[in-house]
Structures are given as structure tokens and as C-alpha cells.
Design a protein around this ligand. Structure first.
Ligand code: HEM
Length: 385
């Protein structure tokens, strides 16, 4: 078997290839594409904790990693401690559990606004009509992006991450979109520097970040904040349609929802792998990964590892979760995890309240083909109750 994160089979369903890797090649080397991959839970966890060996400064997506050299973007996700920690401390103040709890009314009203438009319809697309357009509205409101620019941010982000199956090179349209998004946010950062408002971009300008740094962080937040939550909710609806006994638990008691969100995150992590660059020789499972090579930490495989989870392929929302590896781990663990959990919880609460009985059209499901991100672009949904 062969593991190629740009292949059609991988985009369609990586479950079998992940199992094969864990059992037969837990320290996998893809010579053609020039990377290594860790797939077992313990190994992925150890690599996340060892930032000294596994650097993020060469990029965290495979496309960036296979063209070696430090990334130009001055951004938390592609920095190592101690620089990373200084910038992260500055930006993470806005994302503490208490700060995020204050956003619940905003999140609920943004989501309700999209869902209200669907009320009364018996068929719609729960991703295209709801989980794709709403997260970018939330993160843009926090950043201070004016309302008329918000959906455009999502379209640029979608294009920026799109990959043609079989081809690791980003298409030209991805570069164009990245430049347009960066340019837009850079101009906005400049405006905020001159006329600060009550928003995150202004706060970062006031905290002393340069316009470039503010724009670069805003690009990361726009992408991280809009793509992943979309995928989590789409996958949740599909999993509940396929596992009606689990949806019944949610219908019986809304208190089951936070556990359900964790289980969707484990079952199909929206971010399937984190890329790193090994700066020294390092051994796992008796195999040595040589220095100066890209290594993928396969989160999507680690969270299905039978060595770490009982019945890993069973979707069980009552499971105990100790470490939410789907949000990464260690120095780079997701800053937006509390916000993502809030958005997903509110979404499931609203779906439960509005459409307790629903079906999906399996034949109409369409997956994204993106760098790092996994999930659906279309989930046709019909109200059956
Ligand atoms: C379900 C939704 C989400 C998932 C699955 C997710 C997943 C992840 C993962 C796996 C990482 C680690 C990356 C690495 O180690 O290289 C990460 C980092 C990050 N995420 Fe999220 N994320 C989600 C939502 C969000 C949201 C809503 C935001 C912002 C509002 C956000 C902002 C960030 C940032 C800024 C980092 C970089 C942290 C650092 O490098 O120190 N994420 N996320």
C-alpha cells in the first residue's frame, strides 16, 4: 500500500491506509514525495511534545515542507519557541475560556441568522447553506473585518487551500487567492493602526505588532477559523445520520452535545495531519528518521489507533476523551479550540431544536480536496419530521 496525501483515495476515505500504516509502517517513508509519516497515537503525541526536534519553522503543510527553507510568514503556527511563545501569549488573551464565553450571544445570533433563512424548507444543504458561511462571519466580527468583506474572505480561503487530486503543487488560483486575502487584510491592518476600533486587529496593532504581523495573523485566523468548524459540523451531521442511536442520545438530552463534538473531532479530525521538519535524527519504533526531512504527524490516524482507543472505529459520543488530539497538542495546540467548541455546540443545539428528525442524501455528499483539511463541501439535508 502507498500513502499519498494528495491522492483521490486519501481524500475519499483514509481509514484503510491509516490502519495499514499503523500496523505495517508506523514510521513511513514516502521517497517520491520526500516525507516521513508517524501514524500511531503515542508517536504522534511524542512528536507534538518534542518541538525541539520537530520544528514548525519550515511550514506545517506538506506543500510548504517539500520546498525546504524557512517560511516567510511571521506567524505563530510557523514559529518555534521562544519567539512562538511570546507572540502566542499576546494573541491568545482573546481566546481564553472566559473571553470566548462572552461571545456566545454573538455566535448564537450569527448562526440563527443563517438557520432562520432555512426554516420552513424541507430540503437544503447543511454545509453550503449553513456551516460554510457562518464561521467566517464569527471570526471576521472578532477580527474587525467589515460585514461586506466577510464572505469574500471565505471564498479566498477556500481557493487558497484547494488542491487538484494527485498534484501537490498549489494551483495558480491558490496563489492569487492568498495574495488577494493577504493584501486585503494588510490594508485593513493599516487602517486599524490609524483608527483603532474595539476589535482584535486593532488590539494587536496597539500591542505593538507590525501591520505585516497583524495581517499575517489575521490570514491564519481567517483560514483556521472558517475552514475547520465548517468541516466539523458537516461531518457531525453525516455521522449522526449514519448512527441514529447516537442522535437519539442527543435528542434525549442536549447535555450530550459537548461529548458529541469531541467524538466527531476524534472520528474525523477536520485537520488530518500536522507537518513538521525534523532538525535532528530521531528514532521511533526502532526506525531512525534522518535530520533535515519533513515529517507528517497523522492526527487522523492517531485518533483511530486501536492501541489507544477501545473500538476506535465506532462512533460513540459517550466516550471519555483525555487529550483532544484533533486540536493538536503541546506548543501549537489550537488557540481557537474554545471558540470552535462553542460554535459546534451551538450548531448542534440549533439543529436538534429546529429539525430533530432529518435524513441526508448519501449520493449527494461531496468532499473537499484540500491541503490538510478533510470534510464535506456538500451535505444534502432533508427534514423528515
Ligand atoms: C474544529 C475546528 C478546529 C480544528 C479541528 C483546529 C485544529 C487545529 C490544529 C490541529 C492545530 C495545530 C496545528 C499544528 O500543530 O501545526 C491548530 C492550531 C491553531 N488554530 Fe485551530 N482548529 C480549529 C478551529 C480554530 C479556530 C476557530 C481558530 C481561530 C479562531 C483557530 C486558530 C488556530 C491557531 C491560531 C492555531 C496556531 C496555534 C499555534 O501555532 O500556537 N483554530 N488548530
Amino acid at each position: 500500500m502507498r500513502f499519498d496525501p494528495y491522492s483521490e483515495e486519501f481524500f475519499e476515505d483514509p481509514t484503510d491506509v491509516y490502519k495499514w500504516l499503523r500496523d505495517n509502517a508506523p514510521v513511513y517513508h514516502n521517497e517520491e514525495r520526500g516525507f516521513w509519516a508517524l501514524s500511531r497515537y503515542d508517536d504522534v503525541l511524542r512528536a507534538h511534545r518534542d518541538w525541539q526536534t520537530f520544528s514548525s519553522t519550515h511550514g506545517v503543510s506538506l506543500d510548504d515542507l517539500v520546498v525546504p527553507g524557512p517560511s516567510i510568514a511571521n506567524n505563530v503556527i510557523v514559529m518555534d519557541p521562544p519567539e512562538h511563545d511570546r507572540l502566542r501569549a499576546l494573541v491568545s488573551r482573546a481566546f481564553t475560556p472566559r473571553a470566548i464565553a462572552n461571545f456566545e450571544p454573538l455566535v448564537r445570533s450569527v448562526e440563527a441568522d443563517f438557520l432562520d433563512r432555512l426554516d420552513g424548507r424541507s430540503e437544503f444543504d447543511i454545509v453550503a447553506d449553513f456551516s460554510a458561511p457562518f464561521p467566517v462571519e464569527v471570526i471576521s466580527a472578532l477580527l474587525g473585518v467589515p460585514p461586506d468583506g466577510r464572505q469574500q474572505i471565505r471564498h479566498w480561503t477556500d481557493e487558497m487551500l484547494h488542491r487538484e487530486p494527485g498534484n501537490p503543487k498549489p494551483p495558480k488560483s491558490a496563489f492569487r487567492a492568498a495574495i488577494a486575502l493577504g493584501g486585503y487584510l494588510f490594508e485593513l491592518a493599516q487602517e486599524k493602526g490609524g483608527h483603532p476600533g474595539d476589535d482584535m486587529m486593532s488590539a494587536l496593532c496597539e500591542a505593538g505588532l507590525s501591520d505585516i504581523e497583524v495581517a499575517s495573523f489575521a490570514v491564519l485566523l481567517a483560514a483556521a477559523g472558517s475552514e475547520t468548524v465548517t468541516k466539523l459540523i458537516g461531518s457531525a451531521v453525516v455521522l449522526f445520520a449514519r448512527n441514529p442511536d447516537q442522535w437519539r442520545l442527543v435528542l434525549d438530552d442536549a447535555a450530550a452535545i459537548p461529548g458529541a463534538v469531541e467524538e466527531v473531532l476524534r472520528y474525523v479530525p477536520p485537520s488530518q495531519y500536522q507537518g513538521r521538519y525534523a532538525v535532528a535524527d530521531v528514532s521511533f519504533e526502532g526506525v531512525t528518521i534522518p535530520a533535515d526531512t519533513p515529517v507528517l504527524l497523522l492526527t487522523g490516524s492517531a485518533t483511530r489507533d486501536e492501541r489507544a482507543y477501545d473500538r476506535p472505529d465506532q462512533f460513540d459520543i459517550t466516550r471519555d476523551h483525555h487529550i483532544a488530539l484533533g486540536f493538536g497538542h503541546g506548543a501549537h495546540a489550537c488557540i481557537g479550540a474554545h471558540l470552535a467548541r462553542l460554535e459546534a455546540r451551538v450548531a448542534l443545539e440549533e439543529i436538534r431544536r429546529r429539525w430533530p428528525t432529518f435524513a441526508i442524501d448519501e449520493a449527494g455528499l461531496r468532499r473537499v480536496t484540500m491541503s490538510n483539511v478533510a470534510g464535506y463541501v456538500n451535505v444534502p439535508f432533508s427534514v423528515t419530521g
